[in-house]
Each structure stands twice: as C-alpha cells, then as structure tokens.
Design a protein around this ligand. Structure first.
Ligand SMILES: Nc1ncnc2c1ncn2[C@@H]1O[C@H](COP(=O)(O)OP(=O)(O)OP(=O)(O)O)[C@@H](O)[C@H]1O
Ligand SMILES: [Mg+2]
Length: 224
C-alpha cells in the first residue's frame, strides 16, 4: 500500500508587503509502506516545508497529500488530529521536548491525548525509553540530557501511539556524527523490525547512505 502520496503539491509564502516565496513547486512524491526515504537538498530548497505539509503542521497552497490513499483534508482539524494520534510521529531537529517534563512524561504525554489509561501509558513509556537505551534516564529533565539522549527521547515520544509513519526533519542535525550514527541505527532498526515507514530530511551523508531511496529537492522541485 502507498503510505504517502503528494500530487501537484505547491507552497507559496507571502511575507512583508505581498512578496512571495515559492517553497514547493508541484511536487509529486510517492512513498510505499515500509520504505526508508531520505530527502536531501540545499538549504532553503523546501525540505522542511514538504515534511511539515505531509506531517499536517502546515497546509499546502495547492495540490493534495494522500495518507494510506486517503486525501488529507487540511481544513478539517479533526482529520489532522486523528492523523497525528493514530498514524504519524514527528521528530524535530531541535528535539522540541517539553522542558518542564522529565523524559518519561515527555514520552507518555501523546498517549494521554489518546486516552490511554495511566498505568498502561507509564508502562509503554518505560518500554520505549528502554528500547532507545534510556531506561536509567527516565526522570531526567531535557536540560539534564545530552543532545543525542534528547533526540532518543523525542524518537521514543514519536513512537508513543504506534505510528506507521515517522517524519524526521534533520534528526541528526544538532548532534555529533558518532551520536548521529546511533540515531540512524535506531531508526533503521525500527524500519526493519517494525516496518515503520520513514521520511527523513537530512544534510547527513551517513543518513542518506542508509536510506532505501534518496530524493533530491532543489528550489522546491524534485530533481531525481
Ligand atoms: N514562514 C515562512 N515565510 C516566508 N518564507 C518562508 C517561510 N518558511 C520558509 N520560507 C522560505 O521557503 C523556502 C523553503 O524553506 P524550507 O524551510 O522548506 O527549506 P529547507 O530545505 O528545509 O532548508 P534547510 O536545509 O535550511 O532546513 C526558503 O526559501 C524559506 O526562506
Ligand atoms: Mg529545513
């Protein structure tokens, strides 16, 4: 089955007194279920814009996105919330953990919105932190964790509601290459063992080398 499909996807940003930036120009992208796809391209080429639109964090100016062959209705908040809670997880370059919550709270927080009973969400959050190698860091605040550890917490958080799709925007962008390798290995393992589909934007050659497919985007267009 087709996990993600975009058709004629365009995004224009208007800023200042009516100036326009064309961030995406008619992007047609198809990602099959179980694929690990990397998106590369120069700074400003539209990678984050594409990922944010697929991840329902932003909406297109024109064109459509299909998840599991169903068109996303960007005007329907309920549809977007449902996709976030049931289908996809997002990993950010800057981790975006909640600074006042410790590691385990950050991980069970998305399950709270899915009305998972407390004992169950604590148990799953513990298992997830264990699976990313952070069993002994559950009570640490983000400020008490290294960058690589924070990124592993954010991957555990993205996995909380058992998504079939993970979107990651430069997940190794803010960590050293050795720690980055661990993050890549972890994502590859989740892809291989659990069949989770990954779409990852990156400048990191090691990430691209580990992908099933690399897509290059320049000036808002896929070039190969
Ligand atoms: N909110 C916004 N308003 C105006 N222009 C924007 C906005 N967000 C992004 N842009 C512009 O859209 C283009 C694409 O930005 P995007 O963030 O998608 O690039 P990117 O490929 O992710 O770059 P990087 O590798 O630096 O993260 C850029 O020219 C950027 O300046
Ligand atoms: Mg970006």
């Amino acid at each position: 089955m087709c996990m993600v499909k975009t058709r004629g996807l365009s995004k224009y940003y208007t800023f200042g007194s009516g100036n326009q930036v064309v961030a995406l120009k008619g992007v047609n992208l198809t990602v099959e279920s179980g694929e690990f796809v990397s998106i590369m391209g120069p700074s400003g080429s539209g990678k984050s814009t594409l990922l944010n639109i697929i991840g329902c964090l932003d909406k297109p100016t024109a064109g459509d996105v299909y998840i599991d062959d169903v068109k996303i209705d960007y005007g329907n908040a309920g549809n977007l919330v449902q996709l976030h809670r049931q289908t996809m997880g997002f990993v950010f370059q800057g981790f975006n953990l909640i600074s006042t919550m410790n590691a385990i709270e950050n991980v069970w927080y998305p399950m709270y919105f899915n009305k998972v009973p407390k004992p169950e969400r604590i148990k799953r959050a513990e298992e997830l932190l264990e699976s990313v190698g952070l069993r002994d860091r559950t009570l640490h605040l983000p400020s008490e964790l290294s960058g690589g550890e924070q990124q592993r917490v954010s991957i555990a958080r993205a996995l909380a509601n058992r998504p079939r799709l993970i979107l990651a925007d430069e997940p190794t962008g803010n960590i050293d290459s050795r720690t980055g390798k661990k993050i890549i290995d972890l994502m590859k393992k989740l892809n291989k063992e659990q069949g989770i589909t990954f779409i990852v934007t990156t400048h990191d050659k090691a990430m691209a080398n580990n992908a099933d497919r690399v897509i290059t985007i320049t000036d808002g267009e896929i070039v190969d």
